[in-house]
Design a protein around this ligand. Structure first.
Ligand code: F6P
Length: 356
């Protein structure tokens, strides 16, 4: 009799809506379709270092599709990061390899963003079988059109912008709203478009704040007596004492004399139930990841390309970030309609950035 395939699954990095849908997609496909055993590893790579896991049976998967967060827990532990104390104890990658063997795993499914996929790639170089699934609200995983979590975050940010419109209008103010995105402005761009932001500021495009001030002043002269400025958190001063929203709001009010307020949306964007689109995408990714494992096809990440799930070598995407380019169709269309990006066309047309 052949031994059942046994897979481990972990969620690492910042959480996002849809993680449980992905866990369910992996585990149900593995158990129901392929008769595999599934171990859920706690708190990202930390659970592999500490050998903490539970078996995911079908009953443990009931009711998790719509739940926010992750039933497995997550952490930002980076096993390959150099230990500063120079300790001679067994290294974290060695511990992970040892525990992977002891647990009898045939493959490790790593659900995460850029950092997680980089670690997954390093583990595959160390001889582990891995399969990656891209998640992040930031949508900056290279090589895929969409990461799950992004759609939910855009919905939340758009609703917030809609609500800010009415209060900004009542008080005839400028309101600056900060959304997440350190290196990539995808949430700002999409929610800014969907919510009709007058100004959208993202880290990829160089910003001249005098342009922004002039633009807002012109709106005021035209009797458009309130404005919404959507800013990605990565647009912040070098010395990070202020949030991007505070920084931008202060500069606008100093330059225009117009009454300006700011709002930082923060972790609300990562919490709560996933949107239907994220549930579907996460489930599709999960299921496709298991098909790879069933075919002993490892070292791949599942990506979305023209609405089709396409597995690609993790090597192709590890260490890269997908960023907004100046010639992105949404940026172009928004500019045609008069949206201000604060720049004079000084951004990049190259959508890859190396991870720091
Ligand atoms: O999940 C990605 C992200 O939301 C970034 O946009 C944000 O900068 C970061 O996580 C903050 O997360 P944490 O505080 O958990 O490190």
């Amino acid at each position: 009799m052949t031994r059942k395939q046994r897979i481990g699954i972990l969620t690492a990095g910042g959480d996002c809506p849809g993680l449980n849908a992905a866990i369910r997609g992996v585990a149900k496909t593995a158990i129901v379709r392929h008769g595999m055993e599934v171990y859920g590893i706690s708190d990202g790579f930390l659970g592999l270092i500490n050998k903490e896991f539970i078996e995911l049976t079908e009953s443990k998967l009931s009711g998790i599709l719509t739940l926010g967060g992750t039933i497995l827990g997550t952490s930002r532990v980076k096993p390959f990061k150099k230990e500063s104390n120079g300790s001679r104890t067994i290294s974290k990658p060695e511990l992970i390899k040892e525990h992977y063997e002891q647990m009898g795993l045939d493959c490790l499914v790593c659900i995460g963003g850029n950092g997680t996929q980089k670690t997954a790639y390093r583990l595959s170089q160390e001889g582990l079988n891995v399969v990656g699934i891209p998640k992040t609200i930031d949508n900056d995983v290279y090589g895929t059109e969409k990461s799950f979590g992004f759609d939910s975050a855009v919905n939340i940010a758009t609703e917030a912008i809609d609500r800010l419109h009415s209060t900004a209008n009542s008080h005839k103010r400028i309101i600056v709203i900060e959304v997440m995105g350190h290196n990539a402005g995808w949430i700002a761009l999409y929610a800014g478009m969907a919510g009709g932001g007058d100004v959208i500021l993202i880290p990829e495009l160089e910003i001249d704040i005098d342009n922004v001030a002039m633009y807002l002043q012109e709106r005021a002269y035209k009797n458009k007596d309130y404005s919404i400025v959507v800013v990605a958190e990565g647009v912040s001063p070098k010395r990070k004492k202020k949030s991007a929203a505070e920084y931008i709001a202060k500069m606008i009010s100093e330059r225009t004399g117009l009454e300006t307020r700011e709002t930082v949306l923060g972790y609300v964007q990562r919490g709560g139930t996933p949107s239907p689109m994220d549930r579907i995408l996460a489930t599709r990714y999960g299921s496709a990841a298991v098909e790879l494992i069933a075919n002993n096809d490892y070292g791949k990440i599942v990506t979305l390309r023209s609405e089709i799930i396409v597995p690609v070598p993790i090597e192709e995407i590890a260490g890269k970030l997908k960023v907004v380019t100046e010639d992105h169709p949404l940026v172009k269309k928004a500019k045609w309609m008069g949206t201000c990006f604060g720049c004079n066309g000084s951004g990049s047309n190259n959508n890859v950035q190396m991870q720091k």
